[in-house]
Design a protein. Structure first.
Length: 96
């Protein structure tokens, strides 16, 4: 699983998630197309709703973290000089 998101006061206001294994149900977003529906597995975008945070809609998979990151920063209008930094090899060794 990987994701990129913006938080405000601990609440996700915009995020793009990729989870190949899990689903979750939209508990907010009354009146929106995916309210009350299961989302996932796969890629989805979270946006705020009048009745809470966490509303998600499915989107096409990016196939790689780098492409998801590029989509996220572009759509959120965030400038990241140099782009996504490569993970140091030592840090990857800490993963199970």
């Amino acid at each position: 699983m990987y994701n990129a998101g913006l938080l405000f006061l601990g609440k996700r206001i915009y995020a793009v998630d990729y989870d190949p294994d899990k689903t979750h149900k939209n508990k907010c977003g009354i009146g929106r197309p995916y309210f009350g529906k299961k989302i996932g597995p796969g890629t989805h975008v979270h946006t705020p709703s009048q009745d809470g945070t966490g509303y998600a809609e499915p989107m096409d998979d990016f196939g790689a973290l780098e492409r998801l990151f590029h989509y996220f920063v572009t759509s959120a209008r965030i400038d990241v000089p140099g782009g996504l930094a490569k993970t140091p090899p030592l840090q990857l060794q800490l993963l199970p």
